[in-house]
Design a protein around this ligand. Sequence first.
Ligand SMILES: O=C(O)CCC(=O)C(=O)O
Length: 285
Amino acid sequence: MFEDAAPVDVALAPSVEEFAERYVRPERPVIVRGAVKDWPPSYKWTPEYLKAMYGTRILEIGVSTNGDYLDYAERLKIGVEPKIAFAKVVDSIFAPANADEKCRVHQQPLHTWGALNEESPPIRYVLRKFITKNIWMGSTGNVTKTHYDTEDNINIQLLGRKEIILFPSTQLDELYPRSAWDYMSNFSRVEIEKPDLSRYPLFNRATPFRAILEPGDFIYIPIYWWHQFRTLEASLNVNFWWQARVDQALRRHGLHYWPRMARDRYLHRTIWRTVVDSVSSFVAR
Ligand SMILES: O=C(O)CCC(=O)C(=O)O
């Protein structure tokens, strides 16, 4: 689907200055190819290596019969995800006995993963202090539905392939975010592959972009750009979200995200982090 969508720009190992100037400053997405060859996870993190390092670690995973994890955050909150040894997850994703059983390791912060954390320092294109570095792993056919994040994102493809559909951050109304009180308030109500235009007529004027991520590529997803990820081949990714500036945090999308953050007691941490980071970047100038 979306084969006719506009392609996301592609850059071949640009300099950091060029990346910052052409893409990050104007908040324009780009796929960067060939820029992480020397980054240890690119040449070290095979399924066998990961199993040998952390195979016995027990973690919570998402499971799905159709690749759709729409209520995943809700399920995590009420603690109903299976707990399983990492080696088993790696096998069921990269060497599945039954292709209909899908699972994923969703946004696991890497700072608790000792050696893997040390082997994955921020790549040079991570331009500001990063908030989290996560590992993602998932079966062919998984889909993370359309949503936006409140930070700039660099998502690095280590194994497998993913399709990403993006919509500009300016199209907040066209994508109909869920209620500000919803646990997934940053998710769109529109099923972008079969939109109900009678309920969501403005989606008609939304303008999709499409990108395919291959091993060794990363995608820069600017703050508030909508994105859907589809796993085309069993995948391993690492992403970095870095701190938004105060003026970015105060945009409509950020404000829409805050009510549920306040209710779930994350807001004060976000405000504090944003202020501290803005003051320290100002002082460092
Ligand atoms: O890989 C995925 O399924 C989702 C990744 C994502 O949403 C992100 O990096 O912001």
